[in-house]
Each structure stands twice: as C-alpha cells, then as structure tokens.
Design a protein around this ligand. Structure first.
Ligand code: ATP
Ligand code: MG
Length: 615
C-alpha cells in the first residue's frame, strides 16, 4: 500500500470512530428502515400533524432541553450533534422544550434557548416545499402532548400494563429493593383494570391530594434493572403549568413522557447522554406496548447514548451554574466567564468555534474530561482566520520622539490581516508622542531583552526605527516617559527599511489620536482543573465546595489606548489586538464612539504546566 492511501485509510478510520452514531444512521438508511414507515394519518394534536408524514429515507433527531436554565457548553455539543446529523443526512432536527414539569419552566429560558440555538447557526425550519402550504416549523413543546400521554396511559391501564398504586412514597421506596435485592410487589398491584381506570380518571378530576396515588407501569418488581421495577408514569400535582394552565392536576414522569414525545414527532434517532442508558429498556418497553396497541407506528424511535462533554476548569451542572449566578459570583447568566452559550457569545467565542470543537472532541460512549485548553485553541484557530488585526496599548507608557517635528503628522499603513492581503491595509496616524506598552521599556535590560532601553534601537511596527535616548521619572521614581530619536529613512514599506536590522519590534498608538476605552481582561473562572475535587495532597480528604476554587483574578478591568480605527466599531466585532490576544466589542456595553472590549482569549496558552499556576 502506498503511504498516501495508508494515511487516508487511517484518517477515515479515525473519522468513523469519532462518531459511531453516523455508522448506525448509515446502516439504517442503507437498510431503508425509515423509508418503510407509512404515515397512518392518526388524528392527533396540531403539533403532531405539523411534523407531517415522515420523509422516506430521512432521519429526524431532536434537541430536547428542559427550559429551566440557560444552555451551556455541554448542550452545544448535543446541539451540534443533533442538528449537525440532520443537516448532513438531509433530515430534520426538532427543537423541543421538555416542559412537562409544571413547577420549573420559565419563559425567559425558552427565549434564551431559542436564541442560542440560532446563534450556533441552526434552524428548525424545514425547507419550503413546492405544493405544500407552509414550511415545516419543527419547534415543539412537550406539554402540547398531555392529551396523548393521558390517552396512552389509559390504554396501558385497559390492557393490564399499568396500575394505580396507593402506597406512600416511603413504602414505595422500601418495596423497590436494591441493586442486589429484588423489589416486592405492591399490595395494590392486582387491582383490576376497571378499578385502575376509575382511580386514574378521578386523579385527573382532582379528587385526591398530591402524593396519595400514583400510576405505575406493570412490568417486573424482580427485574435486575431497577428502572423496570414498575416505574411511576403519572403523578398527582395540583400545580399550574405555564402552557396548559390549570387544565391538569396529573403530570407525566419524564421517563414516560420522553419516549412518547419522540414517537409522536416521528423521531428516528433519539440521541441522549449516557445516564439514560439504564432507561433504554423502559423506553423500548413503553413504545412496544403502544405500538402493539396500534397507538404508534413502527419503526419506533431508537435511543442512542453518548458520553457527556466534561471540561476542565469549568462546571457544567445547571445547579452549580444557578448558584454562581444567584450568589453573584458572576454578573449574570451572560457573564463572559460563565460556560453558558450567552456568556460565550459575550466573551467573543465564535459560534463556528463550537462547531469545530464538537467535531474535534467527537462522540463516544466513554467518559472523558477534555482539557479546557483544547476549547481555547479551537477558538484561537477560528479567530486567527476571521479576526482583523488592530493595535491596542493595554498598559501605556509615553514615548516621545524628540527629533520628530512638533505638530507634524503622517500615516503608517498596517495590514488588516496578514493571511489575507485582500483585506487591505488601514492608515494609522503617527506623531511625535506615542503610547507604548510599559513592558516594552526597561531601564536595565535583562539578558535577551531586545526592546527599548537606553542606547538600544527597536522598530515601531509599521513605522520607524527609533533609538532610545533616555527616560523621565515622576516624583515617586517611576518611569513616566521614554525619549528616543527616530531614523527618518527607516519607515516600513520604504526602500530604506531593510537597511536597519533590529531585534525588537513594538506596537504603539499615536497619543494625539488614540481612543481611551475600558477593556476587561477575562480569564478562567476556576483556578484548578476540577473545581471542588479533593486535593491531591490530601488523599483522605473529601470533595470540597466548588466555590472555594473560584479564580480571584478571573476579571481585571483596565483602561487602554486603542488605535483610532477602533473608535467606532459595532458591538460584537472581533479583533486580534496584536501581541495581546483576541478581543470583542462587548455586546451590551460597547457603543460606537465609546467602545468597551472583552478579552476572549490570549494569543498563547498561559495555563499549561502546573495545574492552578499560571506560567
Ligand atoms: P438537568 O438534567 O439538570 O436538567 P441537563 O443538562 O440534562 O440538566 P437538559 O435541558 O435536560 O439539561 O439537556 C438537554 C439535552 O442536552 C439533553 O439531551 C442532554 O442529554 C444534553 N446535555 C446536557 N448536558 C450535556 C453535556 N455535558 N454534554 C452533552 N450533552 C449534554
Ligand atoms: Mg436533563
């Protein structure tokens, strides 16, 4: 085999193994599994009819967030996977709000989830099909299926597959058994279908208080899988629901509702995270029973699990994120340090960076912890391509060119993107007084320091070579200005430029033209790779409070001098500030004429090395 083919084979093998779900989908498509399905035209709720007949030979996936929090980086992985697969195979992905729990969901979360999925570049609108009245709108709310869920539950009762249990929660817990011990049948398990139906109808009418009765699937109390020991499917909850108001006082359990939602929407591949693997037998059991009863069409949706995304230096649990926001460790859900998608957007992470990252981390069934540096590198890579270059001086020190005529001004030209000459150059005003970085001058240079110090020459990037002649100190002794002379025939872009060989190359902005702006230097929110984990040097120790690991230096607000071209940028415009990193004009606070920038990521990783310690 020639080396070329060998490496191609290795590549495609690597690609295939990064996404075992593709293999499943491809074999289903080849077998024509979904083409075989015919739409029966079951009379259903408006939502189901909107999903339309399944397209032959097409897949349907879904992303089903519970609207009880903001989306985080883990959700981005699931979104890229579900919407991405649908896109790649010409199918559809549904955005479905799993809002079956009456107590928790909030409209604010629904809106923000919709925004974030769109921001990542995905849509749930089907294409416009000629001859069809409207394009498919695949946005769903699980609570629209409550009528169906009750009807299906009644079928299970009538066919002897469900019963009303009247034990207390405590008694149920006791009789459930353990991993090593079988459960015990409830004394109510042998109720007749008629009695069960009567009780369930009365539960629906509101005749009983919360917790007095519960509808359970009748499967097997001795099953090795605890999830099959007669799981609860409907509970009494006298609570209003944001969508259905006070219409219901019984609500379905998540594990019962979810498979039904998938089936009603003709989902072909129901992709979820690994913690649902033990629920899969119940998922299949339930849909099989309903299909047997003629209530659902075959083929039924298939559940496929993959491992969650876990990243070092952040937390991805909704509970912890809520805590960080509510206790004001961060400024809100869109704080640029928070691993929410609204936070990422404000931080300046490009949506394309998440798509590329999702591709890189791949999909597998083994748990893994991904180094946050991989995410940052991916963002850098996308930004390096897309962000124009600009100049900003973050820690300013005055540079005075004594032999440059007072009042004289000229323009220097800087490329907007070194990799993309087609983006042209912009003019940077140059004058007698400039701002340079404080770290670009030393009174007594250390070894290998090539920037400015008395007697040394260095180049002002895109401008002239200057020779340092001295410096001033303020009354406290701190250096407050550096003096130099410029070499008039050394201007970049002129024939004379090449005659000067200097090692130092500094960035600068003209003091008379620069624009002062607030710049927020964001860093990682946590100082250690696994926030809250026990310390390595304390093997006896227990897990600690993750909040103890918050990085006290995760945000620093400074005032910087920006080149004049940055004055009127639009919010959310992204740039590389040369030698510093990537920055974005804050989408909330930045205004044309008064820019505010957030640091997205530095040019290089300063965290690798010893965990918790910056280089
Ligand atoms: P909770 O269970 O606390 O509600 P959740 O993160 O599971 O939190 P959901 O709204 O149910 O929240 O998640 C929607 C979808 O996103 C689910 O299909 C879930 O599997 C997926 N998801 C959630 N977290 C991750 C993660 N870290 N990696 C990949 N997918 C995730
Ligand atoms: Mg969940």
């Amino acid at each position: 085999m020639n080396p070329d083919t060998a490496s191609k084979d290795a590549n495609s093998a690597a690609l295939a193994s990064t996404n075992f779900i593709r293999n499943i989908i491809e074999s289903d498509l080849t077998a024509g599994k979904h083409a075989a399905r015919r739409w029966s035209g079951l009379p259903g709720p408006a939502d189901q009819q909107r999903a339309g007949p399944p397209d032959p030979a097409r897949i349907r996936t879904r992303f089903p967030p519970e609207p009880n929090g903001y989306l985080h980086f883990g959700h981005a992985k699931s979104i890229c996977l579900n919407f991405g697969l649908a896109q790649d195979y010409g199918g559809r992905c549904h955005l479905r709000f799993d809002d079956t729990n009456p107590e928790k969901e909030e409209r604010e979360y629904v809106d923000s989830i919709v925004d974030s999925v769109r921001w990542l570049g995905f849509s749930w609108d089907g294409p416009v099909v000629e001859g069809q009245p409207a394009r498919e709108d695949n946005l769903y709310f699980a609570s629209n299926y409550f009528d169906w869920m009750v009807r299906f539950a009644e079928y299970l009762i009538a066919s002897g597959h469900a019963y009303v249990d009247s034990q207390s929660a405590e008694e149920m817990r006791h009789s459930r058994g353990t991993l090593t011990e079988a459960g015990r049948d409830s004394p109510y398990r042998q109720r007749s279908p008629e009695e069960n139906m009567d009780l369930f109808k009365r539960m629906q009418k509101g005749e009983f208080p919360d917790g007095t009765h519960i509808l359970r699937a009748k499967i097997d109390m001795a099953s090795a899988n605890i999830n099959l020991r007669d799981p609860a499917i409907y509970r009494i909850r006298h609570a209003s629901h944001h969508n259905t108001g006070d219409r219901w006082c019984v609500y379905p359990m998540y594990t019962y509702a979810h498979p039904i939602e998938d089936a009603l929407e003709n989902i072909t591949h129901s992709i979820c995270t690994l913690e649902f693997a033990d629920q899969r037998p119940f998922y299949d059991w339930l849909l099989e029973r309903l299909a047997e009863g003629g209530l659902l069409q075959r083929p039924l949706p298939r559940q496929i699990e993959f491992s969650r995304l876990n990243l070092t230096y952040i937390v991805l649990s909704k509970r912890k994120l809520i805590q960080l926001v509510e206790e004001k460790h961060v400024a809100g859900w869109d704080d640029p340090r928070l691993p929410t998608l609204v936070g990422a957007r404000r931080r300046g992470y490009p949506a394309e960076g998440f798509l590329l990252f999702a591709e890189r981390v791949g999909v597998s069934r083994s748990d893994s912890l991904i180094d946050y540096a991989l995410l940052e590198d991916t963002m850098r890579e996308v930004l390096n391509e897309s962000a124009e270059r600009r100049v900003a001086v973050l820690d300013p020190l005055k540079l005075i060119i004594d032999n440059y005529p007072q009042g004289q001004r000229e323009e220097c030209f800087a490329p907007n993107h070194p990799l993309k000459p087609e983006l042209g150059k912009r003019a940077m005003p140059f004058g007698r007084e400039l701002w340079i970085e404080r770290e670009d001058f030393m009174v007594e240079p250390s070894k290998g320091y090539h920037r400015l110090y008395p007697g040394n020459t260095a180049r002002l990037r895109y401008g002239y070579v200057v020779k340092c002649t001295g410096f001033d100190r303020d009354p406290s002794g701190a250096v407050n200005a550096v003096h130099c002379d410029y070499l008039p025939d050394s201007k970049s872009g002129t024939p004379g430029a090449d005659t000067y060989k200097v090692k130092g190359n500094l960035h600068w902005v003209s003091a008379a033209d620069a624009c002062r702006a607030e710049v927020r230097l964001y860093d990682r929110l946590f100082a250690v790779p696994s926030p809250g984990a026990r310390r390595e040097d304390d093997p006896e120790g227990v897990d600690r409070d993750f909040r103890e690991d918050i990085n006290p230096n995760s945000m620093q607000v400074i005032h910087a001098w920006l080149e004049s071209a940055l004055k009127d940028v639009d919010a959310e415009q992204r740039f590389q500030f040369e030698r510093h990193g990537y920055f974005v004009a804050d989408r909330v606070d930045s205004k044309a004429g008064a820019p505010v920038f957030n640091r997205t990521v530095t040019l290089r990783d300063s965290w690798s090395g010893k965990p918790g310690q910056r280089k």
